[in-house]
Design a protein around this ligand. Structure first.
Ligand code: GTP
Ligand code: MG
Length: 205
């Protein structure tokens, strides 16, 4: 898959009343500062498409970007940023859950985990809640440039073992780096294969 066109479409705080053309959506979620917006910029080859920041809590809305005029990437706010007020945190969690529960066009939710850190309870709880709600997801390990090759391979095995305790078969798990571009092709190929399968299913109907 090559992304030849990527454009900002809209920012919203709820799915209600959102009047966008219904195209398939691939959304990016994960703890605040895990690298969601940076990865979107890496995948699209546009460093200024999604707003990024070294300060957690940058993305505060549901942002839609249209890709190749045919599907959306959705940048979601992060969850679990401790420094936000409880009220603000609950508001963002409500926004995220509203999107996940009501977006009929969501095809895959990419859940981003920092490749340097062990799976935290907040991530595991979130993944379990996706399983309970039947939301299809794939896991992307981010910032893999911060680990050496061996350390990254070890992390990958550990995450697979941890996730494997809850999911059989394992969801797709890919390592990425927005800084080096590592994993970019694998993520785009995965998106392409999902879109192709959906097209084939549509054509059979
Ligand atoms: P929120 O919108 O606040 O939830 O954060 P986010 O998940 O969108 O993270 P963002 O993309 O804004 O990146 C957070 C910080 O991590 C920034 O300082 C980025 O430069 C840095 N970062 C993101 N991806 C990578 C990566 O692959 N490698 C390295 N080294 N740094 C990264
Ligand atoms: Mg962001």
């Amino acid at each position: 898959m090559r992304i030849t066109k990527a454009a900002y479409v809209s920012s919203s705080v709820s799915t209600a009343g959102k009047a966008l053309p219904a195209l398939r959506e691939f959304a990016f979620i994960g703890r605040s500062n895990v690298g969601k917006s940076s990865l979107i910029n890496c995948l699209t080859g546009n460093a200024s498409l999604a707003h990024t920041s070294s300060t957690p809590g940058k993305t505060q809305c549901i942002n839609h970007f249209i890709i190749n005029d045919s599907w959306y990437i959705v940048d979601l706010p992060g969850y679990g940023y401790a420094k936000l007020s409880k009220e603000r945190r609950e508001k963002l969690a409500g926004m995220i859950n509203d999107y996940i529960d009501h977006s009929a066009s969501l095809v895959v939710l990419f859940v981003l985990l920092d490749s340097r850190h062990d799976l935290l309870k907040i991530d595991l709880d979130f993944l379990v809640s996706l399983g309970e709600r039947g939301v299809p997801f794939a896991i992307l390990l981010t910032k893999s440039d911060k680990l050496g090759t061996n350390a990254l391979a070890a992390r990958m095995e550990k995450v697979k073992a941890e996730i494997g305790e809850y999911w059989e078969p394992l969801p797709p798990i890919l390592a990425t780096s927005s800084k080096s571009g590592y994993g970019k092709e694998a993520v785009l190929d995965y998106i392409e294969s999902v879109l192709r399968n959906l097209d084939e299913m549509d054509n059979k109907q």
